[in-house]
Design a protein around this ligand. Structure first.
Ligand code: SF4
Length: 102
């Protein structure tokens, strides 16, 4: 499947072991031209549960803003990035640590 606004790029050899149709982009990207079906992400995650390359997939797609990567949705990855950024700030700026009481 070609995605008009998010063209699929071959992520690496690990996709050969994927449980989903990652090479076609089918399980990754909701359809461009329609609303995301309510069960799209739940169904995709069910397939991820059978997959042996979840970690490679997640690492590759960690910063992707669309689709399913390593059993995560775009919203979940967004929250993870926010959390990471927050912890990075706390580690780099101990004064802020004191300010938030951590
Ligand atoms: S983790 Fe999920 S999205 Fe990633 S390759 Fe495996 S089945 Fe596909």
């Amino acid at each position: 499947m070609r995605h008009h606004s998010h063209p699929f790029v071959y992520p690496g050899d690990w996709v050969e072991q994927a449980a989903c149709d990652i090479k076609q982009g089918e399980k990754h990207y909701p359809p461009d031209d329609k609303p995301v079906p309510r069960d799209f992400y739940a169904k995709a995650k069910t397939v991820c549960q059978q997959c042996c390359v979840v970690e490679q997939c997640f690492r590759y797609g960690e910063n992707e803003t669309y689709g399913v990567w390593g059993m995560t949705t775009p919203v979940e990855r967004h929250r993870m990035r926010e959390r990471k950024a927050r912890y990075r700030t706390l580690i780099e700026d101990p004064l802020q640590q004191e300010a938030v009481g951590e």
